[in-house]
Design a binder for this molecule. Sequence first.
Ligand SMILES: *Cc1c(COP(=O)(O)O)cnc(C)c1O
Length: 841
Amino acid sequence: MKQNPNELYPIGYPDLVDYFWSMSHAIYSIGQIAEILNPTSFSAWNDAKISKLVIDSRSIIDPEESLFFALNSKRDGHEYLKDAYDNGIRNFVISDEKYLKQFPDANVLLVKDVLIALQTLAASNRKQHDLQVIAITGSNGKTIVKEWLYQLLAADFDIVRSPKSFNSQIGVPLSVWQIENEHNMGIFEAGISKTGEMESLETIIRPGIGILTNIGEAHAEGFSSHKEKLLEKLKLFKDTGLFIYSPEYTEGLNPNELPGKTKFSWSLKQKADLRILFTEPIEGRNYVRAKFKGEEIECLIPFRDKASLENGIICWAALLALGYTPHEADLRLEKLTHVGMRLELKTGINQCSVIDDSYSADTSSLAIALDFLNLQNQHPKKTLILSDLVETGKNDQDLYTEIAALLKQKNLNRLIGIGPHISQSAASFEMESSFYESTQDFIDNFPAIHFNNETILVKGARKFEFERISKLISQKIHDTVLEIDLNALSGNLQFYRNKLKPGVKVMAMVKAFSYGSGSFEIANLLQYHKVDYLAVAYTDEGVALRKAGISMPIMVMSPESSGFEAIIRHQLEPELYSLDILKSFTGFLNEHTADYPVHLKIDTGMHRLGFEEPDLSDLLKILQESNKVKIISVFSHLVASEDPEHDDFTNHQLQRFTAIADQIQSGLNYTFIRHISNTSGISRHPAAQLDMVRIGIGLYGFDCGIANNKGLQTVAVLKTTVTQLKHIKPNETVGYGRKGVLPEGGTIATVKIGYADGYNRKFGNGVGKMLVNGTLVPTIGVISMDMCMLDVTGLNVKTGDEVIVFNGELTIAQLAKQIDTIPYEILTNVSQRVKRVYFYE
Ligand SMILES: *Cc1c(COP(=O)(O)O)cnc(C)c1O
């Protein structure tokens, strides 16, 4: 089963979405809320009306009506109380008594557990409302199935649904808080990562209808067995009237262990209410035939990939289970559209960056996109191109006043509004702004509109077709792109953070363009996630990060003396690894400099760079004679932390390092940070965590110390497209040197990726394989500089079809094996001419 990392939201997971969120709707007085929460203590000030729940002090739109929850997730929410107060919030739920009297002019509820309070409040809002509630859980597809059901049912119901993939212990209560009187249907997703979590989600959602999408390997680590995971998930449905599932995913359970008064099953393999007979791709869509109530029925799912096919079948089953006729279901399914939840960050014209979100425009998704915009430091100016919002139930005046406040709070510099409604509300916006009646109007005027060195967020409702705008302002992307999933990268960071003892710092290795994955785009994310240090290999890399607005400490591992001036000018911190370089760096510092931060590298066995024992007395002498430099950290590098065979040597390195660091410490009158662990060191040698760890390849989804990288998410996908197809006659040859032969003849596809893009020549002649429409096909002939050919004989392939070079299914680890190298090399070899596109959900 293909694993979609973006579906995963374990508790405490610092996903930006949950963290940044504030959710509005229901209105309660603070007194009513106190009754619901039954706080240990309530320091009351006024009888505020609360419509919004806030969990981040930075995302506050309407402070008077907001209730701030000081959640302890990644950081202690109490640290942000003052911020929230300064931003105008006067209503707080806290668990630390200390703060009870801190704000005399505020309502403060003291509770035992802030998260439970948030959940209790949401559960209570759910109980107040009588509506049909569908809950969705499973390993993959939750968000797509939820969004598609919304598309399929919106004509018949007033639906409230989880925004984006809000499905965690925090996301679910924020979703359910949105329920209002006008709604007669709710569609919510729930995700868990360990036992015990589903019960609380069940009490909040209280679904009448349950859908299990599927069960994969995701998050198996939080459970003792597959069955345990399954049973835990099914707790969500314990009181449902209708349960929709596939027996293929509930194998091993007795019929009486399945929930739901009525059940509706679908299957491709066994007897079921909806028994799929066959599926067949036709022109980019999937035709599906099935048996239902003794008759053969059919539908067209307008997507061709496997995951969409399954999600489509689940939606089909749901429509039939809800009583729609097969004919009606087919009509609706055919109109399903792509769920545009992904924000794309790409390179724009005139030194701009473009964040593309041209598929939806409502207040909640706008707030999330603006947060992502705010994460970008690479340009001084932030611009938003926004269409009319499609919002029900609000008049323009209120809606655009709220939007204007939101834009102001997010420090937006420039607004381009497109559409009659936003244009009429022009007066609400105080920043630099211009307005156009329609997308065409904007495009007609485009030559006269200036963009330069700014980050541009393009956000429009589907009918405005903003993809036309985003095409105009984005640099043309060639056929081959490396897609980087920023959520997966955050998830991997958290995976390792969870393994650290309290207080252990993190240095993130972003050398070699973040292992090929990007530069400031990745650094911005890591800076946002508050890692303690970044490390690059060369001065130039550090300078580039500084120029892109990265302000956190950066260590440079190979500081060449010609770069000292740049190091100092950009406040970079050199790694000093020999007496020579120490002397030349201190010599370079001007005589008035004191305590310039530097790092000492110790050689404990790598024999690459670093001080050794005999150097120590001279080293200490220099350090004692001058205070020009200050040792911020002393570190070494493990040579085989991933390999159990060398664990003795790893321990030996650790001991040696400790002895040397102790010796340095004894000669200094201040302390420094000690670090030795790399990625596999973190996963395999807890004793080596010391004061800080250096995480490299693990961030990008690989750890040679963990079998099959279990628990890590795929960050990078390299893809290209079929440029041309050719029919080859028997014994004709393909490519340079006539190396490719098809004795029987056949069809080849030319794709635009060659060794200059990083696709090694060793992949030629069938050694390498790529995925074309889901089928693994071999290369044929040699790999050229810019292109190579694939043998697609017998397959249904067209020019323009997508070709995967590596992804979560065809992994970098497999590629590395094919040509006898390591994942590090495959990843860092993807050349800079391959455009990077960043995704964020
Ligand atoms: C690259 C590097 C790391 C990171 O190693 P990973 O195995 O990728 O985690 C750590 N320390 C130093 C000195 C490095 O050069």
